[in-house]
Design a protein around this ligand. Structure first.
Ligand code: MTE
Ligand code: MO
Length: 298
């Protein structure tokens, strides 16, 4: 199938990963010209994980709860055609065709640190566009304060939804200012290739300063609202998973510390590294939470 996106960096499409890594020197130069986004400013400090780690060690419970299940089972998911319903407090509600969305978006490459609540982490070179640009297509109304997201629910293609692990469909939410932040993207690719199904094809949220579970996959609905939306993990266990879910080494999960993380791909005996406040993006996002008690709003 033809690629669904246009990319200034089309060489990445066919470039093996080793060459891609060398290309980072070039990307560093592009960042200065504003051709790659804010998240890439720190690209030099982030060594991306291998394609194999990123695409074979996944959480996507609709396809099973084992880390290897999504890579095994998610091929069943049909991702074209695909529509995203954008509704609620917007000027132009409707079903937006994914191919049409892609034709209107500027695709950038963003290298983001990714930190799971289970205390493992990866660095992923995403391709995608800013969520703010997608929301602009629909026109956010003045009364909106939050954004709700929903994953596709297809029991015929998703063996994991037979089990009531979570209350399906998977749902997530952000405050509007978090959603509009330039670091918040809808990812549509990795390493310049289309997003694999196990990573949330054809489009998934990525919020680099929050725990991985906020990054909802295979999104079919985005609703602008004036209330804090329900989120799957908060519904499953409100004591362990709050609405904000900001990466914060000072706030432990009730059952384990969140002060350190294990880099996936670092080998069996790789040492844990300290977790950074807001996953290393404090300079960019701390201002969103000025005056808030982050222990109470975890
Ligand atoms: N629909 C859906 N989205 C989801 C999940 C899920 O189970 N279902 N898991 C979340 C969790 S816990 C993590 S850590 C990330 C994993 O993303 P990755 O597999 O691309 O690394 O996806 C998040 N998005
Ligand atoms: Mo996670």
């Amino acid at each position: 199938m033809a690629h669904r996106w246009t990319n200034r960096l089309q060489a990445a499409d066919v470039t093996p990963e080793a060459l891609w890594l060398n290309r980072r020197a070039v990307l560093g130069g592009l960042a200065g010209l504003g051709l790659v986004g804010a998240g890439s400013a720190r690209a030099d400090a982030l060594e991306p994980n291998a394609w194999e780690d990123i695409t074979r060690y996944n959480n996507y419970y609709e396809f099973g709860t084992d880390k290897g299940d999504p890579a095994r089972n998610a091929r069943m998911l049909t991702t074209a055609p695909w529509t995203v319903r954008i509704d609620g407090l917007v000027d132009r509600p409707g079903d937006y065709d994914f191919a049409d969305i892609m034709a209107q978006m500027t695709i950038e490459e963003r290298i983001y640190r990714f930190r799971c609540v289970e205390a493992w982490s990866m660095v992923v070179p995403w391709n995608g566009f800013e969520l703010a640009d997608l929301l602009a297509l629909a026109g956010v109304q003045a009364g909106a304060t939050h954004v709700a997201f929903e994953t596709v629910l297809r029991p015929d293609e998703m063996p994991g939804v037979r089990y009531p692990v979570l209350d399906w469909p998977y749902v997530e939410g952000l405050r509007l200012d978090e959603a509009m932040h330039p670091l918040t993207i809808m990812a549509t690719g990795i390493y310049g290739r289309d997003l694999p199904n196990q990573n949330g094809a054809p489009l998934r949220l990525v919020v680099p300063w929050k725990y991985g579970f906020k990054s909802i996959k295979s999104v079919v609905r985005i609703t602008l609202t004036d209330k804090e939306p329900p989120t799957s993990w908060n519904k499953a266990n409100a004591r362990e998973y709050g609405f904000y879910s900001n990466v914060n080494p000072e706030v432990d999960h009730p059952r384990w510390s969140q002060a350190t993380e294990r880099r996936i791909g670092g080998g069996l005996f790789s040492s844990r590294v300290p977790t950074l406040m807001f996953n290393g993006y404090a300079e960019e996002v701390a201002g969103l939470y000025t005056g808030m008690d982050l222990k109470a709003n975890f």
